[in-house]
Design a protein around this ligand. Structure first.
Ligand code: FO1
Length: 320
């Protein structure tokens, strides 16, 4: 399974509910990662781990439950920037642990294995893999609202959290992506999978980077496993997050069929064997099918893990 943060971790809970005995590898986006206060922060890996391990704050969808904010208040008292990224006390321990282990020479994959062991309960059937061990960060080009309307690149997290995705996103870049390689185990997991699921995560900043790591798209195109993608856009709007603010920057309409075309059918040079859209977008299914992309239409709202499991099972039946 390929996925990102909040939407991706909800989807994983559904996969676990639907296939409790399956061996599950989750390839997680790392282009959201950022270094703040000298600490390496991996939001999507942490959100996945906390969700699977029961430590997530379910209201926010990120960070820890029962969190406190004393350290970040102290950092703000020292006037240390940035103060706009919420670093909870419990969450900080994860960032300190990761930074310490990286500094000791462990790869991000190793660090992820060590940190997630606590959250995944040493379950050998469940693995979180970063998409790459190499550093890559998504940046968004905006008109500088405070400057002389100059264009400037901001880190995705600044665009998302400090600017609330308000400024128009003019372009997206994933700094360093061309020099990245899939993390150990990623290519093999895709090649030997019985099934590959692409979560309804943000197509631009969560799934996009994973598909851009050199080699991953090829693995998806050559695996014998069916590759099924799920739309996170319903009726012209994202179910979660603000993908609508980013899709225009890559020239893709805020529309489930457009995202399906963007990922592409395997026969057409893309990665999908099946594209699953919500009934709200059923009208565009026939046209997509004519373009060579197999489509399934069903209810895609991830209200509970069981509901998510239901639509995943339905989609799997359509390809096997
Ligand atoms: N999202 C916010 O909207 N505000 C925050 O202050 C914030 C802090 C934060 C800290 C750790 C972490 O793992 C995630 C955090 N997020 C926050 C969410 C994060 O921006 C998104 O989860 C992903 O990067 C996009 O999916």
């Amino acid at each position: 399974m390929l996925g990102g943060g909040v939407g991706g971790s909800r989807f994983v809970s559904g996969v676990r509910a639907g296939y409790p005995d399956a061996e599950l590898t989750v390839v997680v986006n790392t282009a959201d990662d950022i270094t703040l206060h000298g600490l390496r922060i991996c939001p999507d890996l942490d959100t996945m781990a906390y969700t699977l391990g029961g430590g997530i704050d379910t209201d926010r969808g990120w960070g820890r439950a029962a969190e406190t904010w004393r350290v970040s208040a102290e950092l703000a008292a020292y006037g240390l920037e940035p103060a706009w990224f919420g670093l909870g006390d419990l969450d900080l321990a994860t960032h300190i642990a990761r930074t310490q282990l990286l500094a000791a020479g462990h790869s991000l994959s190793e660090v992820t294995r060590l940190i997630t062991a606590r959250w995944l309960g040493h379950d050998p059937r469940l693995r979180l893999l970063p998409m790459t061990d190499d550093v890559v960060e998504t940046e968004v080009m905006i008109f500088d609202p405070s400057g002389e309307n100059e264009r400037r690149w901001v880190h995705f997290q600044e665009y998302w959290v400090r600017l609330h995705a308000e400024p128009e996103a003019l372009a997206i870049r994933r700094t360093g992506i061309d020099h990245t390689r899939p993390a150990p185990g990623v290519a093999k997991a895709i090649a030997t999978a019985d099934l590959v699921l692409i979560a309804p995560s943000n197509p631009v900043v969560s799934i996009g980077p994973i598909l851009e790591v050199p080699g991953i798209r090829d693995s998806l195109r050559t695996t014998s496993a069916p590759v099924i993608g799920f739309a996170g856009i319903l009726g012209g709007a994202p179910v979660l997050g603000m993908a609508d603010r980013l899709l225009p920057a890559i020239g893709v309409a805020v529309d489930a069929a457009a995202v399906g075309r963007h990922y592409g059918s395997r026969v057409g040079g893309g990665v999908l064997d099946l594209w699953v859209m919500d009934t709200a977008d059923g009208a565009s299914a026939a046209e997509l099918e004519r373009s060579g992309l197999n489509v399934a239409v069903t209810g895609l709202i991830m209200t509970t893990p069981e509901a998510t499991a239901e639509f995943i099972r339905l989609a799997v039946k359509a390809v096997v």
